[in-house]
Design a protein around this ligand. Structure first.
Ligand code: ADP
Length: 178
């Protein structure tokens, strides 16, 4: 599924983020940036040990913030590491932090002149954010950002399985961006 936001494209695909050929991929990391399971583990395995070495020098990342490293063995030139919130029930602050993780990732992409970015569904694995709510925050934030920043030409959400893809498709259908 693909929609146009101004002159940019927002796309939903099912797949593995480590295989993406976008200029940057986003990692759903933890605050230490020292590696974890899920998408974080997969990105570190695919990028090789130099990624962890660079992450060690960054001194961590706050929840809702993002930092950038090189992509090493990945096709993507950059990895943008962001930290989503752990879900603890419906709470405006948690939602704000998830929104911030997406927005800060895109702001960091702009600082590197990146024009295509692939995201996983941040916080929807180990961090337990309900899929439908996470999808709606993710898509709303990306759409608002693309409307303000046409320099970014492509935002691709790479959803790991059919269930996550369907949640994002339903949510995008409801948002119905023109
Ligand atoms: P978090 O701690 O932010 O919840 P997880 O890595 O546990 O991060 O899960 C986030 C999402 O990433 C989940 O929807 C999970 O299915 C998905 N995921 C896991 N591996 C990959 C991968 N290789 N590519 C894309 N998405 C992935």
């Amino acid at each position: 599924m693909k929609v146009k936001i101004g002159s940019s494209v927002l796309e939903l695909v099912q797949g593995d983020i480590t295989q993406q050929d976008t200029e940057a991929i986003v990692n759903a990391a933890n605050r230490t940036l020292l590696g974890g399971g899920g998408v974080d583990g997969a990105i570190h395995r695919a990028a090789g040990p130099e990624l962890l070495a660079e992450c060690r020098n960054l001194g961590g990342c706050d929840t809702g913030d993002a930092v950038v490293t090189r992509g090493y063995k990945l096709k993507a030139k950059y990895v943008i590491h962001t930290v989503g919130p752990v879900y603890q029930g419906p709470n405006p602050n948690t939602e704000r932090l998830l929104e911030s993780a997406y927005r800060r990732s895109l702001e960091v992409a702009l600082t590197k002149g990146v024009y295509s970015v692939a995201f996983p569904a941040i916080s929807t694995g180990a961090y337990g954010y309900p899929l439908g709510e996470a999808a709606s925050v993710a898509l709303r934030t990306a759409i608002v950002f693309l409307q303000a920043h046409p320099e970014i030409k492509l935002v691709r959400f790479v959803l790991f399985n059919q269930r996550v893809l369907e949640a994002f498709e339903e949510s995008l259908g409801r948002l119905n961006p023109a």
